[in-house]
Design a protein around this ligand. Structure first.
Ligand code: GLU
Length: 414
C-alpha cells in the first residue's frame, strides 16, 4: 500500500500533486501516475521514480485544477506502466491504496457486461464498477444519478481495504473520495479541498485537516465537503489543525530518515516518558479517564500487533507477567483477525501500531470486539489515527512523524 493525493481548487493542482507524491516517496513504491481534468481527462503514468512521472507530465504538458495522483506498491499485477494508477473507465479515473479481496468475481461480472481490462490490477475493477453503477448495468440497479451515488453503490460491493479518489470528465467540479481500512484525510484550504493518505502530504497547502472514518464517502467541490458515513447518514467531521511540523519531516543534517530516526531515539523516548515522569509514577490516568476502573476488572492481557510491534509485544509479555502478575498472550494481527477464538470480557486487548492505521491490526481490533472483548487499549504514535479512535484507552508515544519505514523509533516498548 502506498500513497494517494487529490485536489480540487481554484489554482493549478499539478505542483501540489507532484509535491504530495514526493512527500510520500519515503514509503517506497514501484510506479506513479496522475490524472487531471482539463478539456477532458488526461493521464500520465511512469514506472519508477516520481521524477520520471514529472518528466512525463512536462512532456505531455498536463495542467488542471482538479486531479488525483498515486504512488503504487504492487499487490496485483507486476510493477509496469500499464498497471500504474490512475485506472480509467471511459472518462472516469480512480486511484486506490489497498487490496480488493473480491476483485476476481467483480472482474468476471464486468467482463460479461463487456468491460475490457487493460491491467492486471484489482483497482481497474473499481473504475469499471463505478461506470457500471453509473449506467445501472448491475443486477437490479437503476443508473446512479451522479458520480457520488455511483461511488457509493460501487464501494458497497467492495470487500477489502481501500482508500479511493475518483474524478470524471462528466463532472468537472467534483472529486469523490472513500475510505475503508486504508488511511485517508482531507485538507481544507482557502483555495479549495485536498485529500491524501498521509497528513504530511497536505502540509504544503494546509494544516487544517479532517480525518475520514471507515465507511465514509465524501464529495469535494472547491468550496464544500459533503460526507456520508457507513450507515448512509450525512455527517460532519471535525476539522483539526495538525500539529505536524513541516520541519519534522525534513532531513536536516542526516543522510536519510532511517539514520535521522535512529539518532532521535533518546529524544523520542524522553518525550514519551515525560508524561510518566511528570506524575512521579505510572498513573492509570495516562491511559485515559476510565483506565483506573477498567484495570480493576482486568484479569489478563492480550496483545495484538504486526511485525516489530508484535516483537515489542513479546517483550511486554515478559514484563506484564513478571511485574503485574497478569497472564499475557501475544497474537499476530493478520492471523488473529481470520480465526475464531475464545473471548474473555475481563481481558484487556492491547493493540500496538506506530501509525494507528495498520490494516490487519485495525481489523483484528474490530474482530476482538465482535467476539466479545470489551476492554481495549491502543499504543500508538498518531493520536488522530483510526485505531486510537476505536479503542477505549490509549497510550500515545511521542516519537514525531516516522518516515523511515523500517521500525526506528516505534514505541517505548522497543
Ligand atoms: N492493489 C492495488 C494495486 O496493486 C493498489 C496497491 C497500492 O496500494 O499501491 O495496484
Amino acid at each position: 500500500m502506498c500513497g494517494i493525493v487529490g485536489a480540487i481548487g481554484a489554482t493549478e493542482c499539478i505542483p501540489f500533486l507532484l509535491q504530495g507524491l514526493r512527500t510520500l516517496e519515503y514509503r517506497g513504491y514501484d510506479s506513479a501516475g496522475l490524472a487531471v481534468l482539463n478539456n477532458g481527462l488526461q493521464r500520465a503514468r511512469a514506472k519508477g521514480r516520481v521524477a520520471e512521472l514529472e518528466a512525463r507530465v512536462a512532456e505531455q504538458q498536463l495542467s488542471g485544477q482538479v486531479g488525483i495522483a498515486h504512488t503504487r506498491w504492487a499487490t496485483h499485477g507486476v510493477p509496469a506502466e500499464h498497471n500504474a494508477h490512475p485506472h480509467i473507465s471511459t472518462g472516469l479515473a480512480v486511484v486506490h491504496n489497498g487490496i480488493i479481496e473480491n476483485y476476481e468475481a467483480l472482474r468476471s461480472t464486468l467482463q460479461t457486461l463487456g468491460y475490457e481490462f487493460t491491467s492486471d490490477t484489482d483497482t481497474e475493477t473499481i473504475a469499471h464498477l463505478i461506470r457500471a453503477c453509473l449506467k445501472g448495468e448491475l443486477d437490479g440497479t437503476e443508473p446512479a444519478g451522479d458520480l457520488f451515488s455511483a461511488v457509493q453503490s460501487a464501494v458497497a460491493r467492495l470487500q477489502g481495504a481501500f482508500a479511493l479518489a475518483v474524478i470524471s470528465e462528466d463532472e468537472t467540479d467534483t472529486l469523490i473520495v472513500a475510505r475503508q481500512g486504508s488511511p485517508l484525510m482531507l485538507g481544507v484550504a482557502d483555495d479549495g479541498h485536498y485529500a491524501a493518505s498521509d497528513a504530511s502530504a497536505l502540509l504544503s497547502v494546509t494544516r487544517r485537516m479532517m480525518y475520514l472514518e471507515n465507511g465514509d464517502v465524501a464529495k469535494l467541490t472547491r468550496d464544500s465537503i459533503f460526507l456520508i458515513d457507513a450507515s448512509g447518514q450525512q455527517v460532519e467531521r471535525e476539522v483539526i489543525t495538525s500539529s505536524l511540523s513541516a520541519n519534522a519531516v525534513e532531513l536536516g543534517e542526516f543522510n536519510h530518515y532511517m539514520q535521522k530516526e535512529i539518532f532521535e531515539q533518546p529524544q523520542a523516548l524522553g518525550n514519551t516518558l515525560e508524561m510518566i515522569s511528570g506524575a512521579g509514577k505510572l498513573e492509570p490516568g495516562i491511559f485515559g479517564a476510565e483506565a483506573a476502573e477498567v484495570f480493576q476488572q482486568v484479569d489478563s492481557v492480550l496483545i495484538i500487533a504486526c511485525g516489530t510491534s508484535s516483537y515489542a509485544g513479546m517483550t511486554a509479555k515478559y514484563w506484564i507477567e513478571q511485574v503485574a502478575g497478569l497472564p499475557c498472550n501475544v497474537e499476530i494481527a493478520s492471523e488473529y483477525r481470520y480465526r475464531v477464538s475464545v473471548a474473555n470480557p475481563r481481558q484487556l486487548v492491547v493493540v500496538i501500531s506506530q501509525s494507528g492505521e495498520t490494516a490487519d491490526t485495525f481489523a483484528a481490533l474490530e474482530h476482538a470486539k465482535a467476539q466479545g472483548h470489551t476492554h481495549t487499549l491502543a499504543i500508538c504514535n498518531v493520536p488522530e489515527s483510526a485505531i486510537v479512535r476505536e479503542t477505549a484507552l490509549r497510550f500515545i508515544t511521542r516519537a514525531g512523524p516516522e518516515i523511515g519505514v523500517a521500525s526506528t523509533k516505534h514505541s517505548p516498548l522497543n
